[in-house]
Unconditional design. Structure first.
Lengths: 483, 94
């Protein structure tokens, strides 16, 4: 079967070119053929998916329609789906079965999607390579010796390897955009508050956002229309109107101002990445966009700020894993305190422990002002950088990561180097703005390169518009890895 | 702030984590590097800067305090590693 996008698959289903069950069978056949190498999934939901596909076929036969009717979608394994496991790629939640649907899952089901499985990730979304999964590392479909990025590496790889039509990821410090760039797919981190976090297992609650990972910006708009919008179950979800993101995709981008943050082109940026990103910017200029140089002067402090605040929030959020109410419990404990500590020692992987410890330290008595409060103030400065820069432009463009996908194992022993590779993505999370990654070229060794587009609060529409216009006049997003 | 003050045993105790001696050494060394990087923030004058805890201008979000029965089949309790009738079971406390 041809490799359809969400939009194409939906049209084909309506035209009865194939049925939802046939499409599902083709996707599972593809998964069975390639996932042994890629290892994008942690578990498949074959029975549920088949029921959903059969239901979709019944509706299609009755002439009904819905935005994703019959379309196979994958879900990152930290988003709850009723009566299926949600592991967060952690030993501590290995056998946890969600008793309810996350709001985004509920909305996907209502839109007729066929939910085919849960994708691999770094444990509790902590990592940039997918190597921190308790189960197995996912491989980059473009080169199996390289990482797919993280933490939504399973979703990125599944989309790139055509093991689903589209997927959901989550982005706390770049976890949608960096794997999207490394795998050559389109990924959008929405504005903080745009998509409900209800049913998303919490890592750092003031940063986490769910978003789409797809083959095109058009598909990302389709998914955003379904998953976005206010939800009373998440008190931080914003009660503002959700536009139809597909309606503005074809708008003329002529005259829009594109800000180029000079700090994103500093020393240390890989030459292939710089060339591809600069070419993409020139292409947007040739389409009538106006470039403006802008400055985000506190960029160099973003990694430090992020790791203080995100780890602090994580240390509080992950205190719930104590072996009492759900999840793993150590069998080697005589008393309650030992049960807590043994459960957490045996249940968490090393990166999770590292971040819990760092977060506990910055919140501990005597260090709170020096670290946590300092971090919150630095966050204000970074947020103000964006407010200033956006006075001069409508969107900003730059690289997603300083280099292309690195080799498996390359940064595993040096957590600080791993953290520093997030330098260009975490500022958007600190400021809460929407940002996306779209494929804009390939390196000399055939690995994808991502262009980052950043927008104003709640202005995903302009990002998707620019990305779609770029994709209608370029073919980088149409390239597929050979598997 | 000084990264020398990171007492890994104490922090692990606060975080309810039990670390092996080998983990203590390795993580301790890594924290020295990470905290040195974090100490860069000392270069910033933040004397008159307000802290940001949340990026949206949200005030308290209230709703009516109405009891709702979301799950009636005791599913939540069944998720526990050990439970008995209507309560969670844990090892001896005292």
């Amino acid at each position: 079967m041809h490799q359809p996008t969400i939009t194409q698959a939906h049209h084909h289903l309506l035209e009865k070119k194939y049925s939802a069950v046939e499409l599902l069978d083709a996707v599972y056949k593809r998964i069975d053929a390639v996932d042994g190498q890629v290892q994008a999934y942690v578990h498949l939901t074959r029975d549920i998916a088949r029921q959903q596909a059969e239901e979709a076929d019944r509706k299609l036969a009755a002439g009904e329609d819905a935005p994703l009717l019959g379309v196979p979608i994958a879900i990152k394994d930290l988003i709850c789906m009723k009566d299926t496991r949600t592991t967060c790629a952690s030993h501590i939640l290995e056998n946890f079965v969600s008793p309810y649907d996350a709001t985004v899952v509920k909305r996907l089901k209502e839109a007729g999607a066929v939910l085919i499985g849960k994708t691999n990730m770094d444990e509790f979304a902590m990592g940039s390579s997918n190597e921190n999964s308790y189960f197995h590392p996912t491989k980059n479909p473009w080169n199996l010796n390289h990482v797919p990025g993280g933490s939504s590496g399973g979703s990125g790889a599944a989309v790139a390897a055509n093991e689903c039509m589209g997927a959901l990821g989550s982005d706390t410090g770049g976890s949608i955009r960096q794997p999207a760039a490394f795998c050559g797919v389109t990924g959008l981190k929405p504005t903080y508050g745009r998509v409900s976090r209800f049913g998303l297992v919490a890592f750092a609650s003031s940063f986490d956002q769910i978003g789409p990972m797809t083959k095109t910006a058009e598909d990302a708009a389709v998914l955003m229309n379904v998953i976005g919008g206010h939800d009373p179950m998440d008190s931080t979800s914003a009660d503002i109107e959700l536009p139809d993101f597909t309606a503005t995709l074809s708008n003329d981008i002529k005259g829009l101002r594109i800000g180029i943050p000079k700090e994103y082109f500093a020393e240390g940026l890989n030459a292939d990445v710089e060339k591809a990103v600069q070419e993409a910017i020139r292409h947007l200029e040739s389409m009538g966009m106006q470039t403006v140089e802008v400055s985000l002067p506190h960029t160099e402090y973003a990694v430090a700020t992020y790791y203080i605040l995100a780890c602090a929030e994580a240390s509080a959020n992950l205190s719930r894993y104590d072996g009492v109410k759900y999840g793993y419990r150590s069998k080697h404990s005589d008393n309650l305190l030992d049960m807590y500590t043994n459960t957490r020692e045996e249940g968490f992987g090393e990166e999770v422990k590292r971040r819990i410890l760092l977060g506990t330290f910055v919140l501990s008595s005597g260090y709170y002002d020096a670290y946590y409060l300092k971090g919150q103030k630095a966050r204000t400065l970074i947020k103000q950088d964006f407010e200033e820069a956006f006075k001069k432009c409508d969107v900003m463009a730059g690289p997603i990561a300083p280099a292309t996908a690195f080799k498996l194992g390359e940064k595993l022993d040096d957590p600080l180097q791993m953290y520093l590779s997030d330098i260009f993505t975490i500022s958007a999370n600190l400021a809460g703005i929407p940002a996306m990654s779209i494929p804009c070229g390939q390196s000399s060794d055939n690995l994808p390169i991502g262009l980052q587009l950043m927008g104003k609060h709640f202005d995903e529409a302009t990002l998707l518009n620019v990305a779609h216009q770029y994709q209608t006049t370029t073919d980088h997003h149409l390239k597929h890895p050979e598997l | 702030m000084s990264s020398n003050s990171f007492d890994i045993e104490k922090i692990a105790r606060l975080a309810r984590l039990k670390l092996t001696a080998e983990e203590q050494t390795r993580l301790g060394q890594q924290f020295t590097g990470i905290l040195e990087h974090i100490d860069q923030l000392n270069q910033l004058d933040t004397e008159s800067v307000e802290p940001t805890s949340h990026v949206l201008p949200l005030q308290n979000v209230f709703r009516e305090d109405e009891a709702k029965q979301i799950f009636s089949d005791g599913k939540f309790l069944l998720l526990a590693p050990r439970q008995d009738k209507d309560h969670y079971e844990v090892p001896q406390i005292i």
